[in-house]
Design a protein. Structure first.
Length: 225
């Protein structure tokens, strides 16, 4: 549970349905232009200037990532997602909104985190991660001490870690694990702070689906101590 390598392997398919011609063109033409480059990373390597950086782990279809980037064009956003179909959806958002402040990595977020300087991120987002509900698969959850050690190292002091889930098992697990850490402070003061989506927390399609299915959704915000 304490080693990021325990979740390094990406399980399942890397691609779902076959890409349409326009989607394939996006992947071929736009993805190389916005991909996270190889080697050491910082704002200069990613965007050519010294700007605040934020990172989203597993951005799904990219709607939250794109909304955050559109709201704060002076901030650089890094999105990591291993599945091609989600990456293509995100590329569509970037193209349609003309967003130049986003870089995408089709792969494991830990690979990107490891290449960033310590204390370089203003925010890290982990929204509706795979819950791995079976106990024997708990070590695959991103909310484990190994990945959290890395996230903590890369967040600047008072940087924010946002975690959203609609899975009760993951909710309990995350609260337990985060409660064991002295390097994160939970910001909630009232139940509404984690039961109501903050105004600057754009809704994701996973959240909408969860609401349609009658699921509760929890919004956790932690500050790096």
């Amino acid at each position: 549970m304490n080693d990021p390598a325990t979740i390094r392997r990406l399980y399942g398919r890397r691609q779902g349905h076959r890409l349409r011609a326009g989607q394939a063109s996006l992947a071929d033409e736009l993805l190389p232009q916005v991909s996270v480059p190889a080697g050491p990373l910082d704002a200069l390597a990613l965007f050519g200037d010294d700007r605040p950086l934020e990172l989203e782990i597993g951005f799904g279809g990219g709607e939250h990532l794109a909304a955050q980037a559109a709201a704060r064009p002076e901030t650089g956003f890094i999105g990591c997602e291993p599945f091609l179909n989600g990456v293509v959806q995100a590329l569509g958002h970037l193209r349609d909104a003309g967003l130049g402040n986003v870089r995408l990595h089709m792969g494991d977020a830990l690979d990107v985190l490891e290449r960033l300087p310590d204390a370089s991120l203003a925010r890290v987002y982990l929204l509706h991660p795979d819950p791995w509900p079976k106990a024997r698969h708990a070590k695959r959850r991103m909310a484990n001490h190994g990945p959290l050690d890395l996230i903590a190292a890369k967040l600047m002091p008072n940087g924010q870690f946002r975690l959203g889930t609609d899975d009760p098992t993951y909710c309990r697990w995350a609260l337990m694990v985060m409660g064991q850490r002295a390097d994160f402070r939970w910001t909630a003061e009232h139940s509404r702070d984690f039961l109501e989506r903050p105004a600057d927390w754009p809704e994701t399609r996973y959240e909408r689906k969860a609401r349609r299915q009658g699921h509760e959704v929890w919004y956790f915000s932690y500050v790096r101590a």
